[in-house]
Design a protein around this ligand. Structure first.
Ligand code: UFG
Length: 329
């Protein structure tokens, strides 16, 4: 039986990947150290191996016990602010973890990997929408760690024939309510889950980080992409690697931008809750606008996101209102 190994499959995006693979009848095993993931989130997998990617003996056991056909690697720390104060944590886990994974793949002759990269590889963008050929100049260690891994993937392809697709995510959001999974970070720093927690009355208000940006309403614009559209792209990427063996880097975004105020207004409409908002100072390092060009993913992978902002927010609301304390209840 051919199996897909999902590293970080108990995390937010990884668990949605596992649910999609299960839906499609594809055998899956998950590797996760459960530092930020939740075992309940990985229940669609045949087996959850709890351990760290940097543990070579552990990875060797996983590859020996299963007939791994391809790897999808979501395992990473992803808090931008924390990466600035503790860069070694990010290089240590993200870069060293991927290095260890690639070493195991080389030793076990596994030649396909789909990797979670990020729009943070671009830093302050040169233009909008952002294309994959635009300059990459990360403004934080999180983005730098992901860009370093993209480089490692390129050279491992060159030397060992490990083909890869690196997917640069814009702002992942939403949930898969049918699978009973959603976003549960501690601490939570992302806009949409914080807006949902405000709607639930768990927070007194949502802070708007700056309203003096050069945008129509003065608040930052981001490209929000439904997590289910996002994971569908990973499956297409695996199929692309199977068919063509051609490595590549792709943006995953909707191509549409929404301001912080538009997100809050849409959430008020969908939840029917007041959601008090207070303008606060800018957060350091936030670019004013980040919008993806998704033309390359459309042309090469045949990927087209189909879920818009209202579906993102109503699916996020379905998760948060049914799991007000995340996986703990
Ligand atoms: N925001 C607020 N209030 C909050 C939280 C966020 O106004 O309480 C604003 C931010 O300033 C930003 C927007 O909402 O303008 C979105 O912020 P998020 O923290 O949800 O997401 P980011 O755009 O900062 O980060 C996302 C991913 C990162 C990735 C980055 C790439 O979550 O992993 O995009 O640019 F690194």
């Amino acid at each position: 039986m051919k199996t897909i190994l999902v590293a970080g499959g108990a995390g937010y995006i990884g668990s949605h990947m596992v649910a999609l693979l299960a839906e499609r009848g594809i055998d899956t095993v998950v590797v996760d150290n459960l530092r930020t993931g939740h075992w309940q989130a990985a229940k669609g997998a045949r087996k959850l191996y709890v351990g760290d990617l940097r543990d070579a003996a552990f990875l060797d056991q996983v590859f020996s016990e299963n007939d791994i056909d391809g790897v999808i690697n979501f395992a990473a720390y992803s808090l931008v602010g924390e990466s600035v104060t503790n860069p070694l944590k990010y290089y240590g886990n993200n870069v060293a973890g991927s290095q260890s994974m690639l070493t195991a793949m080389k030793e076990h002759s596994v030649h396909k990997i789909v990797f979670s990269s990020t729009a943070a590889t671009y830093g302050e963008p040169e233009k909008q929408p952002i294309e994959e050929t635009d300059r990459t100049d990360p403004t934080n260690p999180y983005g730098a760690s992901k860009l370093a891994i993209e480089g490692m993937l390129k050279w491992c392809d060159n030397a060992y024939g490990i083909h890869y697709v690196a997917l640069r995510y814009f702002n992942a959001a939403g949930s898969n309510p049918d699978a009973g999974i959603g976003e549960d970070h501690d601490p939570e720093s992302h806009l949409i889950p914080l807006v949902m927690k405000t709607a639930l009355g768990q927070r007194s208000h949502i802070g708007i980080f700056g309203d003096d940006y050069p945008t129509a309403d003065g608040t930052c614009i981001r490209d929000y992409i439904h997590v289910r559209d996002l994971v569908e792209a990973h499956l297409l990427a695996l199929e692309h690697l199977e068919k063509t063996g051609e490595s590549g880097i792709f943006n995953l975004g909707s191509g549409d931008g929404y301001s912080v105020k538009e997100i809050i207004d849409t959430a008020r409409k969908i939840t029917g809750r007041p959601i008090p908002a207070v303008v606060e100072p800018r957060r350091a390092g936030d670019p004013s606008v980040l919008i993806a060009s998704n033309q390359k993913a459309a042309a090469v992978l045949g990927w087209k996101p189909t879920r818009g902002l209202e579906e993102i927010i109503s699916d996020a609301w379905a998760w948060h209102s049914s799991h007000p304390n995340g996986y703990e209840g």
